[in-house]
Design a protein around this ligand. Structure first.
Ligand code: FEO
Length: 398
């Protein structure tokens, strides 16, 4: 499948309709994804990024429908992760004279993934590749989201090829963001940011500022996954700056697991307290929630209250993945609190608070624990705990 997104510029990517997980089983995918590749026809022909190796046959056929693979002069590798580089060996087999262009970081990742591709043209920010009437300029965008990541910019068309940045895991028969369901689009854009880009929030802000200083204006952002931004493409850049700042309106996420419903009753009472203070919240039961959806909710919230019973002098294993994921993602500007029931030893509050601190989430009030099952007085205490946490959230959001 291919489509001309501008005269002489073709999308030649692949649509993965049925994918349910990405990065192994690390990331849940509800709406598939696309692997976007772009072909620029000029005096010299350039291909920007490729597709996952599961789609090679269709990919080569789609390129051939536009121009024979053997006629491509340059392959620009904005990022060598296999979902974008999987077709490189097949391209080189068909076209050994293909010049591969990548960043300095790309030289390292290419050497490890494709040691046979030795003839690389390494570029840095500001370098220009002339294609004839058009050209490509390069911008090193390290850690968005690998050290090798770079953007390619076509000044004559005012198109930014941003690779993973500004993408979404969103399979769709239409190519442009303004053609798709906006709720689905933004759900996927923020989930993608929360689960892939959050660890690099400060770098994202820095790189957007660095790019802005170059004065390379764009009318279109072509990411390597999902829909292309052509109508007000700055909207997604502004959202990235907002999400990367961690400065959300007052809101809370409450996550819990429970053995005999005691911690569950605590969680619900805490939510009543949060609600009484006028702070919106989302409640997640760890046993059935989707880890990545919870992380997305945390990105959009200011406070995280997490609870479970003490089990074997520790926290429940089912809550651990949430804490580990928070630790890896390093959300900026979040506050936290811990709660849970216990039978006799009660270590869970200490364990939860340690885990929150390791995730750089500031614990703002003493944890709350209740022995065995909460009675009515305990539930009132939980509501007060929720109210206090909501006030902390409102103060942090000012
Ligand atoms: Fe879509 Fe970092 O690969």
């Amino acid at each position: 499948m291919s489509s001309e997104i501008r005269p002489g510029i073709h999308w030649v990517g692949s649509i993965e309709w049925m994918l349910k997980h990405f990065h192994g089983h690390e990331l849940s995918i509800y709406r598939g994804t696309t692997y976007n590749s772009y072909l620029i026809l000029d005096e010299k022909i350039a291909l920007i990024d490729t597709v996952k190796n599961t789609h090679i046959e269709d990919f080569l056929r789609d390129i051939d429908r536009v121009v024979p693979v053997e006629k491509i002069d340059y392959l620009v590798v904005n990022h060598a992760e296999p979902d974008h580089s999987g077709a490189i060996p097949a391209l080189l087999a068909r076209n050994p004279r293909l010049k591969v262009v990548c960043s300095k970081g790309g030289q390292t990742s290419m050497a490890r993934h494709f040691p046979a591709a030795r003839d690389l043209q390494v570029v840095k920010t500001g370098d220009v590749l002339s294609l004839g009437k058009r050209s490509l300029r390069f911008f090193e965008a390290q850690m968005l989201h690998w050290p090798d990541t770079m953007f390619s910019y076509c000044p004559e068309e005012k198109i930014l090829f941003s690779n993973d940045a500004f993408g979404q895991h969103y399979a769709h028969a239409n190519r442009f963001a303004d053609q798709v369901d906006q709720c689905e689009l933004w759900e996927e854009a923020v989930k993608y940011f929360a689960n892939i880009l959050t660890p690099f929030c400060s770098q994202i802000i820095k790189k957007i500022q660095e790019y802005s200083a170059l004065n390379w204006p764009f009318e279109m952002i072509c990411p390597s996954h999902g829909a292309i931004w052509r109508k007000n493409p700055m909207q997604i850049v502004e959202k990235y700056l907002e999400w990367a700042s961690g400065k959300t309106p007052p809101s809370a996420v409450v996550i819990y697991d429970s053995i005999w419903h005691g911690t569950e009753r605590m969680a619900k009472a805490i939510c009543r307290g949060i609600e009484a203070e006028g702070v919106p919240y989302k409640l997640f039961y760890a046993g059935v929630a989707d880890l990545n959806d919870v992380m997305t909710a945390i990105l959009l919230s200011r406070g995280v209250a997490i609870g479970c019973p003490t089990l074997n002098n520790n926290l429940m294993p089912s809550i651990a993945p949430y804490l580990e994921e928070m630790r890896g993602l390093r959300f900026p500007n979040k506050i936290g609190a811990a709660f849970g029931t216990f039978g006799w030893s009660g270590e869970v509050i200490k364990r939860l608070e340690e885990a929150l601190e390791k995730a750089q989430i500031k614990v703002v009030q003493p944890g709350l624990k209740v022995q065995f099952c909460p009675n009515e007085d305990d539930l009132k205490t939980c509501e007060t705990f929720g109210r206090d946490f909501a006030r902390q959230i409102k103060a942090a959001a000012q």
